[in-house]
Structures are given as structure tokens and as C-alpha cells.
Design a protein around this ligand. Structure first.
Ligand code: SMG
Ligand code: MG
Length: 377
């Protein structure tokens, strides 16, 4: 369902941008590299009716996608923020249109849109989940597990997450670190809900290896091929029994529609940052729901800001698979919100406070800030 009731317009006075560097509790290794510190940009919208918070989910290097922190910082301060400030008053639903002339930079746009949306909803005393169309008050929590030293180490780490109560395990894979890892988990934990994420590490030449995964009854394989390999993903999907899920490839509702039309995916990972905002994410949810394609909420190692908004998004009715909506402690010993998301019976609560529903821990925010700039009208 499209947004039922628009949010209040806000009168913008400025935006504060900060680069944060937050240490991870353990290194996180994917097919494209290892992160030990999360670098993110926090956006504070300053309006005549109060503040709003958003998060730009870029990483330090353009490895997951072409966006990266310094690029997002530059486009935000030089183009996106000035374009919005030039409007003066703007409704959250108008932000994407104002920013549309600037090509790409969806993560930067998403973080700014969220800050405006949070400000508008807080000013009206409304809750993000209700605004987006959430139908649950808590969401099942899956965990994304990085590549470990060897399969035995992976079994140890996954065992710990299962003990904590996570209801679905996703492991990162890459060529040579796939079949033995998956086999070890099936052997140790039987039929747990399990899926794999390749982050584009394979090509169609690997089709035989990928077909070997069929025997493990996985929920899905996520983004085996490159971002723009839509036709190749369709070819692969026809050859595999394991459902193919797209992440990196789904950058917009148009990309989602094209992928579905070509039968390149039978499941879709929705990340607000990757698609340019929570409103675009809802549109993709709606389109997939109409097409009877299950979706789930992806994660970008968000701080408590993005984590709260993701829980709200994941509570929409089409999110029928557990998402990468884990507790804050999965990644962080210290978060930048006063009540970080916790795991309760394998679920994370959808915040009920106004706006994104969490309060910023200004001391933690300050401690993790490595750069800041305020752009005013
Ligand atoms: O936030 O739980 C999370 C991370 C989930 O694996 C995750 N994200 O491709 O889905 C993905 C990755 C992207 C980030 S990798 C640094
Ligand atoms: Mg992924």
C-alpha cells in the first residue's frame, strides 16, 4: 500500500553532517574485504519545529557499491543539501523529487530523506512504522555472518548466534569458501533456516559450483553475480533449485520491476539506503507484494538510527522472510542511541516513539565523530 497519510512539511534551517567511525565488536569479512570499523554519516535536519535524524550507509571504500563515505559527504554538502535548503519548506515525500536531478548517490539521498522524514513525523507526533504501513510490533531477526578462518570456526560463531536466539543464519561466501562452509553448518545444525550471500563474487562460469549448493536446501542465494548482470542472473536462476535473491542489483523500483520481468530473482532483499530511501523501499515492497515475490529487509551495519528505521520497514506485510535486522550488539559494543535494539525471543521490537522512535546518545555521537559540517540556509 502506498503511504496512506503524508507527513508534515518542514521548514528547513540547515543540515548537520557528521562522519562517524565506530569500532565493530569483531571484524566482518565478505567476498570483497574485511571491515573492522564502521564508517557512516549521520545527518541531523535542523527545522523550525525541531530536529530529525538520518544515516547514510556508505562504507569507507566503494566495494559493496560505487558509493563511499567521502563521495557521499561531498555530494551531500555540495549538491543535495543546498538543493533542499533552496526549497525552504519541503514535505518528506517531496525530497526524492527535489534530489532526482542528481544522478545516482542513492545512499546519500536516503540518509537525507530519512532526516527530513524523522523531523516531519516527530513534529506531528507520529511514528515511522505506522507511517510506512507496519503491521507487526516486532520482527524476526536474522544474522549475517562473515567469512571465518575455516569451517570449524564458522560453526563456532554460528552456534553462538543460534544460542542467542537468531531465527535465521546468513553466511557470506566466495569462490573456494562456499561448499565446505555450507556443508559444515548443515552437519552441525541440521535444518536451520540458512541462506548464503556472495556479494557478486561469481560469474556464470561458476554455475556448477553454485548448483552444488542445491543439495543444502537453502532459503536462497543472494547476489551471486555482478550488479548489472540481470540477464545472467535469470540464466542462473533457471539452472538452480536454490531461489536466487537480488541485493546489489535492485537499486530502484524500476530495477526491481525489470528483474522480476526477466525472472532474474524469486526473492528480493530491500535496503532503503541502496534504493534511495524508505519511500522507494516501500514502493519496491508494494510491487513485489503485487507480484507475489517475498522480500526481506537487508542491513548495512546501521547504527541505532538506521536500525530503528529498518525494524519499522521490516514490519510491513510483504516482508515474509526474516531480515538482517539484528540486535545492535551484533556489531557494536556501544551505539549512538539511548536504547539500542536488543534481541527478545529471536525478534527485534519496532520502535513506538515519535519519528524513527529512538533518541540520540549525544555523548556517544560526539565520541565517534571524526568530521562535521553544518550547512545553513
Ligand atoms: O547490517 O546485518 C547487517 C549486515 C548485513 O550482510 C549484510 N550486509 O550484502 O547484504 C549485504 C551486506 C552489505 C554490507 S557488507 C559490508
Ligand atoms: Mg547482500
Amino acid at each position: 500500500m502506498p503511504i496512506a497519510r503524508p507527513a508534515a512539511s518542514v521548514s528547513l534551517e540547515g543540515f548537520e553532517l557528521r562522519v562517524l567511525r565506530i569500532p565493530l565488536v569483531a571484524p566482518f569479512t565478505t567476498s570483497f574485504g574485511t571491515e573492522e570499523v564502521r564508517e557512516a554519516i549521520v545527518v541531523r535536519a535542523l527545522t523550525t519545529d525541531g530536529e530529525g535524524w538520518g544515516e547514510i550507509v556508505t562504507a569507507a571504500a566503494p566495494l559493496y557499491s560505487s558509493e563511499y563515505t567521502q563521495g557521499a559527504w561531498d555530494v551531500a554538502r555540495r549538491f543535495l543539501v543546498p538543493a533542499l535548503l533552496a526549497q525552504g519548506t519541503v514535505a518528506p515525500e517531496e525530497v526524492s523529487g527535489v534530489l532526482a536531478p542528481f544522478v545516482g548517490h542513492r545512499m546519500a539521498k536516503a540518509g537525507i530523506e530519512l532526516a527530513v522524514l524523522d523531523a516531519g513525523l516527530r513534529a506531528e507526533g507520529r511514528v515511522l512504522g505506522e507511517y510506512l504501513g507496519a503491521v507487526h510490533d516486532r520482527v524476526p531477526s536474522g544474522v549475517s555472518v562473515g567469512i571465518q578462518r575455516d569451517p570449524a570456526a564458522l560453526v563456532d560463531v554460528v552456534g553462538g548466534y543460534l544460542d542467542e536466539g537468531y531465527v535465521r543464519i546468513k553466511i557470506k561466501i566466495k569462490p573456494g569458501r562456499d561448499i565446505a562452509e555450507t556443508a559444515a553448518l548443515r552437519e552441525a545444525f541440521g535444518g536451520i533456516p540458512l541462506q548464503v550471500d556472495a556479494n557478486s563474487a561469481y560469474t556464470l562460469a561458476d554455475i556448477d559450483t553454485l548448483a552444488e549448493l542445491d543439495r543444502f536446501d537453502l532459503l536462497l542465494i543472494e547476489q551471486p553475480l555482478q550488479e548489472d548482470d540481470i540477464v545472467d542472473h535469470a540464466t542462473l536462476a533457471r539452472a538452480l533449485r536454490t531461489p536466487v535473491c537480488l541485493d546489489e542489483s535492485i537499486v530502484s523500483r524500476k530495477a526491481a520491476a525489470d528483474a522480476l520481468a526477466l525472472a532474474a530473482a524469486s526473492v528480493v532483499n530491500i535496503k532503503a539506503g541502496r534504493v534511495g530511501g524508505y519511500l522507494e523501499a516501500v514502493a519496491i515492497h508494494d510491487l513485489c507484494r503485487d507480484a507475489a515475490i517475498p522480500v526481506w529487509c537487508g542491513g548495512m551495519l546501521e547504527t541505532g538510527i538506521g536500525r530503528a528505521a529498518n525494524a519499522a520497514l521490516a514490519a510491513l506485510p510483504g516482508f515474509t522472510l526474516p531480515g538482517d535486522v539484528s540486535a545492535s550488539s551484533r556489531f557494536y559494543a556501544r551505539d549512538i542511541v539511548t536504547e539500542p535494539a536488543v534481541l527478545e525471543d529471536g525478534h527485534v521490537r519496532v520502535p513506538t516513539g515519535h519519528g524513527i522512535g529512538v533518541q540520540i546518545d549525544e555523548i556517544a555521537l560526539e565520541d565517534f565523530t571524526v568530521a562535521r559540517e553544518t550547512v545553513r540556509r
